[in-house]
Design a protein around this ligand. Structure first.
Ligand code: MEZ
Length: 558
């Protein structure tokens, strides 16, 4: 197996016993900073300001997101919303944050609709493997959780959001447990806790290596028992507003009947998740199919400030071989229990539990400087020495603690208990997003947001396990705030979009596509960006790119 890397694998095996005893290499703060500045994708200047909307001329965005923020809506100019569904609360997004909000609203007496562009539970929540963190033990405290996360986030976290996360973390875990979430336990019945990168004490609870899947399983089962009206295969394409800055509903695209559906709501909770499928700078992603940043686009058009949108998490250990698994997550927990990261020579070059952004930078450096392991499919990565875990902790440890990992790789003839895994950073998480207050309220009346679509909580580098806690704590807080502050029903119009379209006229050259993308069409986005740069440099786009300029109108006929 992996004969193409035989020499390198022999070096890894030869150094394993000695490495098992050696301490991790250390790094000074200055060296960490240099790694970030020279190699981390966020620091390479591949971003720009946009010319329209509340962050115009100030905040920088990756080129792919900037392009979408400056794109027109897919709604035909002539479209006028004719309300077909009237509800109290419209939740947009069927992942952990949306489901948590729906459950919290269940006994409120409010009528709730949840629209999701795929099926309930098709979300990044189920892709989170290694755990959820909360301060539960005597040696830990919510202050310690705060301090770890604040340092990890480079001090860019919104302190009030982070305080709410840490202080409500233990109650969030109890809530999930009461719903039926089966967190791993020690023999004495206490939760089994692991460390994660940047946690000063063991704080990460897990359900083997499918923690997000387990959490989503219980949330989904519970939501299906409530009166929530679930609209599957309904993508949000635009927010509706009353013409005076209050959000009052949304236009959805029903993918099955191929129809636009207008919804009037007194409150909207945006829980549409992340944007890994934009494949920023060509990176592979660990995200699910629907993660195209839709909520960012819709909220921005209505006037919500977006923050830290130049900050993304490249999870250091994305799978790099076999090709079919490229970008898929190999959980940080594997490193937390001792797997080492090695270059082509079998040399350890970094402490594997250092902050994710620094580790990602170090791996990218190894590859960029020729110390990576090239694959037959023209990728390059470094080894994650998984057999070392079996050596340190005993045979069968990987199978018992990481069944998902074993299952995925075995299908391709690779047994991680015997063979190291090849990894390279993968686009994993959107650190920034819609600005909210600690109750999940956005800048706009009528619009709340929770989960990955929001920004500020994690600063510019999120710690492992804080995203599953985020959806739990802020899904609940946003819904509780809606119950307390839900506004009266008002007119549902496209006034906000009309105003935004006026602003778009100033963008030169104009974007040739529409947004939100709804589903990954990374190739279209790539062509659009190339075409724009040709136009800016004064050359005429090629015939091939011209074709991409005219995508078929997805809503023609409506
Ligand atoms: O929070 C995460 O990103 C997470 C749990 C990832 C992982 O490595 O398993």
């Amino acid at each position: 197996m992996m004969d193409w890397a035989r020499d390198s694998l022999e070096k890894v095996a030869a150094s394993r016993k000695a490495r098992a005893q050696e301490p991790a290499p250390t790094l000074t703060d200055a060296e960490s900073e240099a790694l970030l500045n020279e190699f981390h994708p966020d620091y390479l200047g591949m971003e720009r300001v946009v010319g329209v909307g509340p962050n115009a001329g100030t905040q920088k965005f990756p080129l792919e997101l900037a392009e979408l923020l400056e794109s027109d809506s897919p709604l035909p100019q002539s479209f006028e919303p004719a309300i077909e569904i009237t509800t109290d609360v419209l939740i947009l997004g069927g992942g952990g944050a949306g489901a948590t909000a729906a459950l919290t609203l269940a006994e409120s007496g409010l009528k709730v609709h949840l629209a999701t562009k795929l099926r309930l539970g098709d979300a990044n929540t189920v892709m989170a493997e290694g755990g959820i963190q909360a301060a539960l033990t005597r040696q830990d405290s919510t202050r310690r959780h705060f301090a770890d996360s604040y340092v990890g986030g480079h001090g860019n976290n919104d302190p009030e959001l982070l305080r709410a996360l840490c202080e409500h973390g233990p109650a969030g875990i109890r809530w999930l447990s009461d719903l039926g979430c089966l967190f791993d336990q020690n023999e004495d019945g206490t939760f089994r806790l692991r460390k994660g990168g940047g946690t000063s004490v063991p704080r990460v609870l897990a359900c083997r290596d499918y923690t997000g899947l387990e959490i989503m399983r219980v949330l989904k089962d519970a939501v299906l028992l409530t009166g929530t009206q679930i609209l599957e295969n309904h993508s949000a394409v635009e927010l509706l507003d009353d013409g005076e800055g209050q959000v009052t509903g949304a236009v959805l695209w029903d993918r099955v009947s191929q129809k636009l559906v207008s919804v009037s709501a007194r409150a909207v909770i945006m829980a549409t998740g992340g944007s890994g499928q934009l494949r920023i700078q060509g990176f592979p992603t660990s995200n699910h199919l629907g993660a195209t940043g839709d909520g960012l686009i819709l909220a921005y058009r209505q006037g919500c400030q977006l923050i830290h949108t130049d900050s993304f998490q490249y999870h250091p250990s994305g799978s790099c071989y076999p090709e079919a698994l490229a970008g898929q997550l190999v959980t940080e927990s594997i490193r937390a229990i001792g797997a080492q990261v090695l270059n082509v020579q079998g040399e350890r070059f970094i402490d594997e539990m250092i902050y994710r952004d620094v580790l990602a930078g170090a791996i990218i450096r190894e590859v960029a400087e020729g110390r990576g392991v090239p694959t037959p499919t023209h990728r390059s990565g470094v080894w994650l020495d998984t057999p070392l875990i079996e050596l340190k902790l005993g045979k069968g440890t990987l199978g018992r603690q990481f069944p998902g990992l074993i299952h995925r790789f075995e299908r391709y003839g690779i047994d991680p208990a015997i063979h190291p895994i090849l990894v390279y950073p993968t686009l994993h998480y959107q650190n920034g997003g819609i600005r909210i207050d600690p109750s999940g309220q956005t800048d706009l009346t009528g619009l709340w947001a929770a989960g990955e679509v929001t920004g500020g909580l994690h600063g510019t580098n999120r710690l492992m396990g804080n995203s599953l806690l985020d959806i739990t704590v802020f899904g609940r807080r946003a819904a509780e705030s809606v119950i307390k502050k839900i506004p009266e029903r008002r007119a549902a119009t496209l006034a906000g979009l009309k105003k935004f379209r006026e602003g778009l006229k100033a963008i030169q050259p104009p974007s040739s596509g529409t947004a939100p993308l709804l589903f990954p069409v990374a190739s279209r986005l790539k062509f659009q960006l190339a075409e724009k740069s040709e136009r800016l440099s004064g050359t005429e786009p090629s015939q091939e790119k011209k074709q991409f300029r005219e995508p078929p109108d997805p809503f023609g006929g409506n």
